[in-house]
Design a protein around this ligand. Sequence first.
Ligand SMILES: [Zn+2]
Length: 432
Amino acid sequence: MGLSTLKNKKLILAICACLLAITAHSQETELDVLSYELTIEPNIQNQSIEGSLLIKFEVADSINEISLDASTLEIYKVSGASVIYHKKVDSKLLVDLTPQEQTLHEIAIHYHGNPERGLLFNADKNQAHTVFFTDHWMVSNNAPNDRATFSINILLPKGMQSIASGELVGIEEKGEKELHKWHQSYETPSYTYGFVIGSFTETTEPIGEVNLNYYSSELDENELKEMFIETSAILEFFEQKSGIEYVQDSYSQILIGDNYQEMSGLSVLADSYPTFVFRDSSEIHLISHELAHQWWGNMITCKDFGHFWLNEAFAVYMSSAFSEHRFGKEKYQSDIAIYKSIYDDLVERGLDRPLVFEEWRSNRDNRNVVYYKGAYVLHILREELGDEAFWKGIQYYSKSYFGKSVTTDDFKLAMEEATNSDLDAFFETWIY
Ligand SMILES: [Zn+2]
């Protein structure tokens, strides 16, 4: 294995390292959150937050207790017309509701937090950014199949910048501070919400109706443009493959910290990443991987984390499909060879297993299954169906489930319908 392949492998493996510790269980939620409206004041020096949240949700009228995810947040107060009582039990906030005819509820929650994960502070650089674990900075429903709209007002010292899910609808002066108001009008799962605060060099590239925004505290404007030069081509490629236009008015990429994480309408990429891209301009897997999640992940979301491969293998595979389109077949084949070698290694060590998990547990080997075996399996499926049928199927699947939750069966049926084929044997061999 050559040096460049090794380096490539190491970079590819850096993707979404933040998911290292997540262990999620499949759960059918009875709770349907419609909207979160959060006002948050982060204190970077103290690494703390004060939050006040309004949640609108529906539950069956037979339900008189709900359970929300609240990690280590300290709850001051829970109020609302139907609230009787609340208690915090471990990471859950349990709220008793009055028995009533109505199914629509609105409750307000005031809380304090010192997040150890989910919101990462850098006091030296006066920055902070969220990463995946939303319940560490906002009381929420973690279930990936519960989609809701999201508004966030961030109270910041004057002059500080914010980038968050949705669109910036205004900045209000509040004495020495400013309230940055963001609103996301369409529904996504709570793990996709996020924000970044700090002082950054910023540059914008308008592509049709979409503003591509790039931020860094280390690069200048020209370097930022060079770093993210492929973004518009990647966005157009995914629009074409999915058959669905990018839904937001903007997509922001922020170079910050050590993580690679997609959120709704933005992604954070590690501060160290430009070194690799400037050395080899085809080394853009992480840019394309996180952007792919704006379709496969954020808008077409695994129903529970047992079907996580539908988020991650798709992002990995789509990033290689873009590389093929942009840099040629050889680049694509070298990616596939890496995915295959990871799969072969799993087989050799007796750790190969189905892509679908009864109960998802995140560890390196399981991630290698859902990310890289998954991407390799999509490659094999394309070989089996042929290019035209494969992409027709991917587009049919993407259009059918855009804005919805999906299971592996949904994907199988969509591919079968679109390509008029029987994939029982393929899915039995490679996926289940
Ligand atoms: Zn990912």
